[in-house]
Design a protein around this ligand. Structure first.
Ligand code: R1P
Ligand code: MN
Ligand code: MN
Length: 405
């Protein structure tokens, strides 16, 4: 019986999507630009032999018409293509839900790019219900920059730092020890309740440690409070049919804990990959192991650190043979992304891009999957792979995978 493993490389876009102009992202290309930046800064071309075999470089070149500046790379041995997004937003839940067969076709609520950016009524209610002395921030910001600016004042005053981005998101940063982790989580729960009517996709707890601006660092205790997906995803369908849906990292949070049978948290790229290898090596048939590799986005994309992003991708590449060795005859590996976050782009927000759709079965012949109309093609493929009722959106390529053996 079938199993599947999804490695969700958070923010690994491969070229501006056809509607990128609507987001001010014409010309963005996370993957190609981080390669070029790495080459420019180190004089070396990044070697990604395993991702090349899975078709990442070809997919990027075809999606964007750009030549990727990598070291000489092997030809693909997998199915490879690139998908555009039907969902209205370029945020993490939209991308994840769509790849699980449920695009977000309504408009999220967003906060204006003003200071203050949050409505007084909402903040007053939040302050009253959580018994805090007020808030700091109240603006669009990068989560690490705002810690440097306001972290010390937060410790002094006990006022949490509230901020947002171009995503439909309300983030609360607070000190794990001085403010308290549980108190932060409780505050996020109240905010989640209050923001439902404004259609805000996520509230995120951003705990941090350190005593001064130069040493503040966010911890692995981030927690995301997402609204429920608008319809059952392929995860729900697999769980309902008696299969296992195993979340590694923040997957469970992103799907608002829907359709998950087991979850494992880990922090850092290699720890997440180690946990994935451990769990997948024991996973029963009819299991989907679904891993979100958040560092690409959080530590490098949003931080506009192109060389760091490149080095992390090389680490991921080097780890891949270990995961490929765990694949049996009836297993499917998918590598994809949820949006772009071009580390060379102005600002610190996500970028509207094509994402790679790489699919691999043991001993297959390569397949060109071409341009896919929706990330939902992945969800539809998984539905077929696990013999589930078809999803409403997406075109399956499971048959091509079967023929390629
Ligand atoms: O700057 P930080 O706090 O990492 O925030 C980023 O993380 C959020 C969730 O991915 C995005 O909305 C973006 O604003
Ligand atoms: Mn993301
Ligand atoms: Mn992000």
């Amino acid at each position: 019986m079938a199993r599947a493993l999804i490695l969700m490389a958070d923010s690994l876009g491969i070229g501006a999507a056809p509607d990128a102009h609507l987001f001010g992202d014409t010309g963005a290309n996370t993957f190609a630009h981080l390669l070029a930046a790495y080459h420019g800064e180190t004089g070396q071309k990044l070697a990604l032999p395993n991702l090349a075999k899975l078709g990442l470089i070809e997919a990027c070149q075809r999606a964007s018409g750009t030549v990727c500046q990598t070291a000489p790379a092997p030809e693909p041995i997998a199915a490879f293509g690139y998908a555009k997004e039907l969902s209205t937003g370029k945020d993490t839940p939209s991308g994840h839900w769509e790849m699980a067969g449920v695009p977000v076709l309504f408009d999220w609520g967003y906060f204006p790019k003003t200071v203050p950016c949050f409505a007084d009524d909402f903040i007053n209610e939040l302050v009253k219900r959580t018994n805090i002395p007020g808030i700091l921030g109240n603006c669009h910001a990068s989560g690490t920059t705002i810690l440097e600016q306001l972290g010390e004042e937060h410790i002094r005053t006990g006022k949490p730092i509230c901020y947002t981005s171009s995503d439909s998101v309300f983030q609360i940063a607070a000190h794990e020890a001085h403010f308290g982790l549980e108190k932060l989580y409780e505050m996020c729960e109240v905010a989640r309740e209050l923001l439902d009517e404004m259609n805000i996709g996520r509230v995120i707890a951003r705990p941090f440690l350190g005593e001064s601006a130069d040493e503040f660092a966010r911890t692995g205790n981030r927690r995301d409070y997402a609204v429920l997906p608008p319809a059952p995803t392929v995860l729900d369908k697999l769980k309902q049919a008696g299969g296992q849906v195993i979340s590694i990292g923040k997957i469970s949070d992103i799907y608002a804990h829907q359709g998950i049978t087991e979850k494992h948290k880990a922090s850092g790229l290699i720890n997440l990959l180690d946990k994935t290898a451990e769990v997948f090596s024991h996973a029963a048939s009819n299991s989907l192991v679904f891993t979100n590799l958040v560092d690409f986005d959080e530590k490098f994309g949003h931080r506009r650190n192109a060389v760091g992003y490149a080095e992390a991708l090389a680490q991921f590449d080097a780890y891949l043979p270990r995961l490929l060795n765990l694949l049996g005859e009836d297993d499917l590996l998918i590598i994809t992304a949820d949006h772009g976050c071009d580390p060379t782009w102005p600002g610190t927000d996500h970028t509207r891009e094509y994402v790679p759709v790489l699919a691999y079965r043991k001993n297959m012949s390569p397949i060109d999957l071409g341009e896919r109309n929706s990330f939902a093609d992945i969800g539809q493929t998984l539905a077929q792979w696990f013999d589930l009722p078809a999803m409403e959106y997406g075109e399956s390529f499971a048959q091509s995978l079967n023929k390629a053996i």
